[in-house]
Design a protein around this ligand. Structure first.
Ligand SMILES: [Zn+2]
Length: 114
């Protein structure tokens, strides 16, 4: 993680919580730790958090604070076809290693069995 990312991750996480909690029932974000997929134990992921709400269930939080887009609104950043996000909330995996890291984290993180 870059210095810029370290400096802004907590602020981004808090802003995400504030916006999302108002739209979901009993929304929470918890720290995650290391996840290792038992089918491929040589690959792991460390998501930035695990999210949960009563209406949608469990999910993974991956916070990104791209320095290259620090001075533009999110809508402008998403209009850049080389950027890894779009306004449709879909990850743009058009050959961008950074977006594959996000996809890997989402794929590797499985809810704990209870
Ligand atoms: Zn929900």
């Amino acid at each position: 993680m870059t210095s810029w990312g370290c400096d802004h991750e907590r602020t981004a996480r808090e802003a995400y919580f504030k916006v999302t909690a108002s739209k979901h029932s009993s929304f929470s974000i918890n720290d995650a730790g290391l996840f290792i997929n038992p089918d491929t134990p040589f690959i792991g992921a460390t998501p930035d958090g695990l999210v949960h709400c009563d209406c949608c269930g469990d999910g993974v939080l991956e916070v990104k604070c791209p320095y290259s887009k620090k001075d533009v609104p999110m809508e402008t950043a998403c209009a850049d076809p080389s950027f890894y996000l779009s306004t449709s909330d879909q990850v743009n995996n058009q050959g961008k290693p950074f977006s594959w890291k996000v996809t890997q984290t989402q794929t590797m993180t499985r809810p704990k069995k209870t």
